[in-house]
Design a protein around this ligand. Structure first.
Ligand code: GLN
Length: 547
């Protein structure tokens, strides 16, 4: 039987519940427990796949092709484990299951209600991973803020589980905010008291209060919070801002968050946490020896969460290279032939980001051309790879009309086209090419050097593909398809062997980068940027192989 830890949030959103939950999971894992972590979101969408990145940040894709909340990315990056569809549940999915069962007649003439039918389905899913026998501890993070109408059924489910399960099988952690009032020079606990009272009114008493705060909490303040929130003083945990999210597990270790949980769960027999790899990573991250500047060419740049996994993959890749990767955001919509040199000045690498739709694509193509012609290390992901193919077709193969049928349905040179299976699809949610697919890597290619393997798997999220009708023309002109799907022959990786570092991938390698296993393309891309920065600017231009 697994134990269950629930993490709720109060006072305000954006307190970093996902990071606190992932940090706790990391500490418990480092003590030898088998831990998994899941996110329950109160919105009605079945999954975040249909949400605009401005609404919800990045949509994170798991091995099994689930489109999930970006917090699952944190879980995987911290824990170095794979999550799955079961790790992300939304209100929409709960209702869909219950309504489907109602249509099947499974409720035998009963009135179907929020309590008990919806709450039972929530409880079933909260306990699902815990009953597989694979985990000692399941951490469940509840999205949203306590007091929201929409999170009520989730809180009710926790209340029932707290009552149904043995006392030592559940822990409820409430994450709150302690604002600092500059004028009064004081930290204020009232919002926390109110938030805990609201949670108690909904029937759940938290065991641990984690307080986000800009200033350290004094022992008196901790005592006050403990008294008014009805928890032991050691169960008031201070969570001050850290220089990086990867510092948070160590901050939580100092505050004994993991030990307080273990104590509540009557798990006395625990070893000390083994965090040596984590600490080595942190040292390298905090004390880099060099710096590179990498341009991120995208269109959702106002919201950094839209590219979360890419940014984190650079953190991991930078640390192994002992190099600080400075990301310079370049809005693709504003790049033109005239200003490209100025916009990309001072960069040592260019990453063209994934994306959907027409906006900003011409700027991406212009940026790729600049990188290709100037020997600037280039890395294109998904749409970025597709733009690299279009750029090559237009400017090297002379196919001026080359385009993706996503941008121009009637393109006369559809270098990027819709897969046959996708032509039949009419529904938008969950219908892309999603999840992990195999890829065969060409021996002797850059991709082969990078992965050190001929058979790899990476995760996908797209509808359009490289059109194999053009493959011979591309390869004759020097653009090599160095990775292909072994079953369908779809092109997954393209590269230019005459360029110092030019690679485009149809998949999303950023999704599998973790602290312990930095993604190899990112690692080599950072290396290439470091090499580029050490080359004399006059020597940077490269000539393409003779066509
Ligand atoms: N819009 C492109 C497609 O669907 C690329 C998607 C992406 O970059 N994730 O194929």
């Amino acid at each position: 039987m697994a134990k269950y830890i629930f993490v709720t949030g109060g006072v305000t959103s954006s307190l970093g519940k996902g990071i606190i939950a992932a940090s706790l999971a990391k500490l418990l894992q480092a003590r030898g427990f088998r831990v998994t972590i899941q996110k329950f979101d109160p919105y009605i969408n079945i999954d975040p796949g249909t949400l605009n990145p401005y609404e919800h940040g990045e949509c994170y894709v798991t091995e099994d092709g689930a489109e999930t909340d970006l917090d699952l990315g944190h879980y995987e990056r911290f824990l170095n484990i794979f999550t799955s569809q079961a790790n992300n549940v939304t209100t929409g999915r709960i209702y869909q299951t219950v309504i489907n069962k109602e249509r099947e007649g499974a409720y035998l003439g009963k009135t179907v209600q929020v309590v008990p039918h919806i709450t039972n389905e929530i409880k079933r899913r909260m306990m699902e991973l815990g009953t597989t026998g694979e985990y000692d501890i399941v951490i469940t993070e509840i999205g949203g803020t306590i007091g929201d109408i929409e999170s009520l059924p989730f809180v009710e489910a926790i209340r029932q589980l707290q009552w149904e399960l043995p006392e030592e099988d559940t822990v409820v952690i409430h994450l709150t905010y302690i604002p600092y009032l500059k004028a009064a020079k004081e930290l204020k606990t009232k919002p926390t008291q109110h938030s805990v009272r609201m949670l108690s009114q909904e029937g759940v008493s938290p065991d641990i209060i984690v307080c986000r705060t800009e200033k350290p909490l004094t022992p008196e303040l901790k005592r006050k919070i403990a008294l008014f929130c009805n928890v032991k003083q050691e169960a008031v945990i201070e969570a001050t801002d850290q220089s990086t999210i990867y510092e948070v597990p160590l901050a939580m270790l100092r505050e004994k968050l993991d030990l307080t949980c273990l104590k509540k769960m009557n798990m006395a027999d625990y070893p000390e946490p083994e965090l040596s790899k984590w600490r080595t990573f942190l040292d390298k991250l905090k004390y880099p020896k060099t710096v590179v500047r990498i341009g991120l060419i995208g269109k959702y740049l106002e919201l950094q969460d839209a590219y979360k996994s890419i940014l984190e993959a650079f953190v991991h890749a930078g640390a192994v290279n002992e190099c600080q990767v400075q990301i310079v955001n370049v809005h693709s919509e504003y790049i033109t032939d005239e200003n490209v040199e100025e916009k990309l000045a001072g960069l040592e690498g260019l990453l063209v980001a994934p994306g959907f739709g027409l906006r900003g694509i011409e700027g991406k193509i212009t940026a790729v051309k600049y990188a290709r012609e100037n020997g600037l290390p280039f890395f294109g992901i998904c749409l970025g790879m597709q733009m690299a193919a279009i750029e090559f077709a237009r400017n090297v193969l002379g196919l001026k009309e080359a385009n993706s049928t996503e941008m121009d349905e009637n393109a006369s040179e559809p270098v990027i086209a819709l897969m046959e299976e996708q032509k039949e699809v009419t529904e938008k949610g969950g219908t892309m090419r999603l999840g992990s697919y195999a890829c065969s890597v060409k021996p002797g290619s850059l991709a082969h050097t990078i992965y050190g393997a001929e058979n790899i798997t990476e995760r996908h999220r797209h509808r359009w593909e490289f059109n194999n009708k053009y493959l011979d023309a591309f390869e004759n002109a020097g653009m090599v398809a160095s990775g292909k799907n072994p079953d369908s022959g779809l092109v997954e990786v393209i590269e230019l062997p005459t360029h110092p570092f030019f690679i485009g991938v149809q998949y999303h390698p950023e999704l599998k980068s973790t602290v312990e296993n930095p993604q190899p393309i990112f690692v080599h891309f950072v290396k290439a940027a470091m090499a580029y920065s050490s080359v004399n600017p006059q020597d940077r231009k490269v000539e393409l192989a003779k066509i």
